[in-house]
Write a protein that binds this ligand. Structure first.
Ligand code: IYR
Length: 245
């Protein structure tokens, strides 16, 4: 590895079966990089999970663009093991709400959530009631594709599915935030009911449900702070010393 110009020798991988093509990479001067990075951070730092939505409609094009942004995520062996299932039908949203609330009732009041979990949720003030599932203009349920199928019907394995779909979810959320929409990473628990309700095949599993829209006028969010850089970053750590017997 050389310093500075980054000329490390190889420019393509040997033996790959994809044709390798030049990468159209945009390079910026360092001050521009800092400025862009600061701007991007500020934008992401302004994002909040919203539970009070307006019923104002959102155009399908915006949802499509968020899905396309999510689908740029890296994935194990480039399998892209995600499906974004979008619903704006009032009837289906009502059915999702009904089923989600039936599960959450058992969690909150029915003894299914352990005391420690209820205690952890208490500061957020969440309850079994999920009216936002009907109020928001769109629900997108992100499914993970556990495996695919070969042309002959045999199972085609996917790799690092949770990691891949988790990254796609993050990029989807960032895209929504960037375009001026809000969402909530909602995981009704358990959420197997979504597979049937949304007619998905058995090789797909619901991963996260996103109510999407604008915050209602006067929307509030909990006053939270985020961990500082010092809390989250560790630089050049020392390896753990072997215990001597
Ligand atoms: N899925 C439930 C409970 C819940 C769990 C966690 I962890 C949260 O951060 C918030 C809620 C619900 O949506 O109420």
């Amino acid at each position: 590895m050389t310093d500075g110009d980054g000329s490390t020798g190889s420019t393509q991988s040997d033996g790959g079966r994809y044709p390798f093509v030049p990468y159209d990479f945009q390079r910026y001067p360092e001050p521009t990089m800092i400025e862009r990075a600061e701007q991007f951070y500020e934008e992401l730092n302004g994002r909040r999970s919203v539970r009070f939505f307006s019923d104002e409609p959102v155009s399908r094009r915006l949802i499509e663009l968020a899905m396309m942004a999510g689908s740029t995520a890296p994935s194990g062996a480039h399998r892209q093991p995600w499906r974004f299932v979008a619903v704006d039908s009032a009837e289906i949203k009502a059915r999702i709400r009904e089923a989600a609330e039936a599960e959450e009732r058992k969690n909150y009041g029915g003894g299914r959530f352990p005391e420690a979990w209820l205690e952890a949720l208490a500061p957020l003030g969440t309850t079994w009631e999920k009216p936002y599932l009907e109020i928001c203009p769109w629900i997108v349920v992100l499914f993970e594709e556990i495996h695919g199928y070969e042309d002959d019907g045999k199972i085609r394995k996917n790799y690092y599915v949770k990691e891949s779909v988790g990254i796609a979810a993050g990029m989807f959320i960032a895209a929504l935030n960037h375009m001026g929409l809000t969402t909530l990473t909602h995981t009704p628990s358990p959420m197997g009911f979504l597979t049937k309700l949304l007619g998905r095949p058995k090789n797909e599993r619901p991963f996260i449900l996103f109510p999407i829209g604008y915050p209602v006028e006067g929307c509030t969010v909990p006053e939270l702070s985020r961990k500082s850089l010092d809390d989250i970053a560790i630089w050049n750590p020392e390896p753990t010393k072997e215990e001597t017997p």
